[in-house]
Design a protein around this ligand. Structure first.
Ligand SMILES: [Zn+2]
Length: 86
């Protein structure tokens, strides 16, 4: 197994960092109903209920239409939350 300790760690469970440093999206797909999920930690399909062995990881197609995006800023106790300035 290659040493990847020098690579940045992804902040989200649906992003993996390759050995060359590129960040890639990784999702799960249900082999029974084809439902897709943007996380990697599901133990069952939320649509049909299939268990672990039916869920497979894949790299989603990066072409498409973005309908919505949200940035959530949340402060920790005692740390001021930065304000948004467009
Ligand atoms: Zn399913």
């Amino acid at each position: 197994m290659p040493d990847v300790s020098h690579l940045p760690r992804p902040a989200f469970p649906f992003i993996e960092v390759e050995e060359n440093g590129d960040a890639v999206l990784v999702a799960q797909r249900c082999g029974k109903c084809a439902a897709t999920y943007a996380d990697q930690n599901r133990v069952a399909c939320g649509h049909c209920g299939a268990r672990d062995d039916a869920l497979e990881s894949f790299r989603p197609n990066l072409e498409g239409t973005l309908y919505s995006a949200v940035i959530v800023r949340r402060g920790y106790p005692g740390v001021p939350t930065p304000s948004f300035r467009p």
